[in-house]
Design a protein around this ligand. Sequence first.
Ligand code: BGC
Length: 702
Amino acid sequence: MQNVKEILQNMTLEEKAAQLVQIPYAHVGREKAIEWAKRGAGSFLHVFGDDARELQKIAVESAAHIPLLFGIDAVHGHCLNRKATVFPTQLSMACSFNPLLVKRMAEAAAKEISADGLHQTFSPVLCLGRDIRWGRVDETFGEDSYLAGELGAAAVQGYQGEDNAADTSVIACAKHYIGYGEATGARDSYDTPITYRKVKDTFLPPFEKAVKAGLASIMTAYGSIDGTPCTSDKKLLKEILKEQLGFDGFVVTDWENVGHLIREQRVAANEKEASRLAIESGNDMMMSAPEFYEAIIELVRGGEVEEKLLDDAVERILNVKMRFGLFANSFKQADEKFLGCEEHLRLNKEIARESTVLLKNNGVLPLNGRKKILVVGPSADDIRCNYGDWTYFSHPLPNYDTKPERPYITFLEGVKELAKEYDCAAEYVKGAEINEAIAGGIATAAKAAEKADVILFACGDNIELAAEGRDRADMRLPEAQRELFGALCKAGKPIVTALICTKPLCAPEIDEGSAAVLTNFNGGMFGGLALAEVIFGAINPCGKLPVSFPYHVGQQPCYYNQLPGWHCRNYVDMPETPLYGFGHGLSYTKFAYSNLAFDEKTLTLRVKVKNTGVRAGKETVQVYFRDLVSSVLTPVKRLIAFRKVQLRAGESRELEFAFTRADFSFVNAREERVTEPGEFEIMVGGSSADGDLIKLNFIIED
Ligand code: BGC
């Protein structure tokens, strides 16, 4: 077999230009797709099974003989295929604080993606979800850079496998590089007023960890940073990513980003200018930009762009194709039996269970001796509310009315199943739609409430109120559901609220009016079942919040790792803290922390954790630090480690965490990552709230 350099030497300019485009199959249609395959296009996206195989055959028989690479948005499982396992969304999975589970999910998803003969997934999302108004917070691992990096690296390892060339390994594509969630006003793809220092300090670390884990492709963000589109930012793509981080995979633009430089962002006047900017800035593959092909050929022929730039980009793409075994086996495909198989369904349940977060409990849970259960709410019996975005009936396939396929278990079904086991009776009244009233809905629910011992209220949003291009300014629970809840409160019965939502909502009235509140966001096929299991006490909850729930949208952003310096530290009409903060999550047992010790020589931390309750449980031990004096403002606390421990009732364990000086670093005004010697504070506990942390100070010597 020829090596990449030899293949490149024999390629014509046209073949090189074609190799750099990723063609959207559904948009161009089969006939045009065939023309592109004959021309030697590098890649297609959103094509499945037989259609993909047909194109591959054409590509390998074409003059260039270069196999195609097929990309797909398998964001939480290969969910654009209706036979596949729909795992919890990234935000949901992040509640598990469990990198191993995320890795296993990615391995399972890779098998299902490969079962369709596809090679690249546009996942994981390593943007931070720090402002809940942004439509895509559900796609992130939450608000914290360290957590996103740990889970992101695990996902990359899971997708790509130890043997990249294996039939079951796929190319991960970390996205969106970079700062996408920070746009002014949380407006999707809008300008982001952050500096490179901030980029390097806060937003780069998750991508850096993904690169260290072997990441083979990365997608640029739609937005711009302080006026420069990420797609045309040479410093971001060439200097920081390729040179400083040593990224050796390929950079793919987001959908039509080359065209966006002309039409949306207006930094280029025409296709030629935009194509020149894109290639010169360091993009290697242009997604949904067929116009790039002709433009770049003309530019090279006219001496306006050096052919060497194309060579570098083609080489990166071919290297990845070689590394993932596409030259050796262009039709590589995993067994179709993996799609939605039993093993993946079992894993799916395990993740949903570990990702369920108990936010409030005044003692009503686990339900006990309450025989007559009334389930109310629009999210109770519609699995689409648990699935979230990027499935076969949502974005980018606009088929919201499509009937979801079994197997799945809605919250109502889960409650009914468990009610039988616990000898209870469960009745259901919908009461309202997600975003509109139902005639007589409130009256029927209120009447049924009178006879109930406990009300399980399943409420939230759906993908019509979230997702790409669907930012919100009002983050409250929609009015129809607020009214329904108000009516239920009047019945005076204990209410347990299951928040089935894409991302946090501002619902202090739910907290106030409910005896208990729990969530697993979009928990996938078994998200509803896991909520029901927690309610009945069949499982002990152990999820923790990867993102804060504000009281009010005006508090945005209210992530935990704020900078110091806010005069008075709160609004005159609102607390400074969120309703439920980062890392928060209750259990049916209690954990006590003691014996905190820090060895300044070895930078080793020791702490004792004890399960002081009467039930076995899992705790996520969280370690935060603060640099007490630094040359630029640094956060009041930063997560630097976490570990999940399982403890029997009464059991205790000594944990040890070993750090390096680099763990206590930040990026200074010269854009250098440094650890400045001096006094630090270390904090350990079960959430980021001050009251949940034990602390001590230590010194890092010069
Ligand atoms: C999204 C990406 C996605 C791509 C391909 C874009 O609109 O921003 O996240 O991978 O489309 O579907």
